[in-house]
Design a protein. Sequence first.
Length: 56
Amino acid sequence: MKNMPVIMVTSRSGEKHRGRAMRLGVDDYLIKPYQDEELLSTVRRVLEVHGVELTL
């Protein structure tokens, strides 16, 4: 599972929580509420970093 991209979606917006999540290895951190386009662009970016092509 180390190669599986992880996007944490949470209501916790503090830098303490973001920093901890990043240290634990998440690829991106998205704070609720978010816009649909923000989620889609985050997914695309994380998949691109991992070498996965997304076609819709």
